[in-house]
Ligand binder design. Structure first.
Ligand code: MN
Length: 384
């Protein structure tokens, strides 16, 4: 087993999701829940962006910075680094992240810089950040569209300048899992073994989680993820999906997630859903309403016989009470029978059979049938 660090960046990249804004006190509430979830690193904001960002980072650093690493993002600017270092002052375990583009697209259009100028600036700013803080991370923005040899040169130079973590963002969600695996492998292999390489994947093509997992297989020791996958544009690899994939398929990933407490997942997701005002889809993996809900009769029957038949996770492992059955026109007799017995409505075989027919006729009109509906239908059925 290799140990893997989860860096939750909901408070920074998550906040950059269109329409999302967390007030400093809201950041504190989310950070508190992230600490309950057991994440060892929280990226809390981008202090140069606003006074609120400074305040949010300060609050989180003061409250949780003793046990948890609190990270703040900076561009490769001295002023960004000064403001971030100041905001992180209350944290015993602070981390400065310096971001600089490495792709020709970014160098040409965003920075108007040559490769060697950009490399020089990156190493200077990493060294500058080191004058404030031991723990410095360098992020090679748009790494997946960068020339691999140049990318490796920059990463090596930043490590010589003092960076202890190298982040390889798929900033625009362009990589495939094989691309990402190969790039992460190459970078891991060109750096000293004590340097951690981090994933950071966006979901433009729906590949963020797959790419993150490919990065882990390629040797990344840290993953950057956001709760419910919120982030720039369509977002980032989702914290809950990455964690549950690593746990459920421990047989292939062999990762020790240390302090992570998965039963806090649903609570974390709900809090972020509420404060971000970004409603998650019913069919969202791991935390969506339908994740442990079964409607078709064949599946309900299998689930009653053994949950292994149609589920790979236990609902309790993510903080749900149990499996749920949705009773509808596709539900089977066994599931209905179980509901009737659980609700103490009846246990006579004949009545159950008769009610099943009545139920099918009436349930067909409604898609979502709750226990209350079953009670009501049963009363109407009994009174004829
Ligand atoms: Mn990002």
């Amino acid at each position: 087993m290799k140990s893997l660090l989860v860096n939750d960046i909901t408070l920074r990249d998550g906040e950059q999701a269109p329409g999302v804004n967390f007030f400093p006190e809201e950041k504190l509430r989310i950070a508190e829940q992230l600490v309950r979830l057991g994440v060892p690193i929280i990226e809390a904001g981008f202090p140069i962006a606003s006074e609120d960002d400074v305040k949010g980072v300060q609050l989180v650093a003061e409250e949780f910075g003793d046990e948890t690493i609190i990270c703040a993002m900076c561009r490769a600017h001295q002023k960004d680094i000064q403001v971030a270092a100041e905001a992180l002052r209350g944290a015993a375990k602070g981390r400065i992240q310096v971001v600089m583009g490495t792709s020709d697209i970014h160098l040409k259009h965003k920075f108007g810089m040559s490769r060697s100028e950009a490399l020089d600036l990156s190493t200077k700013m990493v060294a500058y950040a080191k004058t404030f803080m031991q723990d410095v991370e360098f992020a090679a923005e748009d790494s997946t569209r960068s020339d691999l040899n140049y990318l490796m040169d920059v990463c090596q130079a930043c490590v010589r300048a003092g960076a202890r973590t190298i982040e390889l963002p798929d900033t625009v969600g362009y990589a495939t899992p094989v691309d990402y695996f190969e790039m992460v492998s190459a970078v891991v292999n060109c750096l000293p073994p004590e340097i951690l390489v981090s994933t950071h994947c966006h979901d433009d093509l729906g590949l963020a989680v797959a790419n993150t997992l490919a990065g882990v297989q390629a040797g990344a020791g840290q993953v950057e993820v956001t709760v419910n996958g919120i982030g720039e544009r369509v977002g980032n690899a989702a914290t809950e999906e990455v964690i549950m994939a690593l746990k459920t398929r421990e047989d292939i990933y062999h990762c020790d997630l240390g302090s992570i407490r998965t039963p806090e997942i649903v609570r974390t997701s709900s809090l972020v859903e509420e404060l971000s005002k970004m409603t998650i889809a019913h069919n969202k993996a791991v935390v969506g309403r339908n994740a442990f809900l079964h409607e078709s009769g064949i599946h309900q029957d299998g689930m009653i016989k053994s949950p292994q038949t149609y589920q790979v996770m236990n609902p309790q492992d993510v903080g749900r009470q149990g499996y749920q059955f949705l009773m509808g026109k596709l539900s089977g007799k066994h599931a209905l029978e179980q509901r009737l017995r659980t609700l103490h409505l009846c246990d006579s075989e004949d009545t159950i059979r008769e009610f099943s027919r009545y139920f099918k006729d009436h349930a067909a009109k409604k898609k979502f049938i709750t226990d209350d509906d079953i009670v009501g239908l049963f009363e109407r059925f009994s009174t004829g």
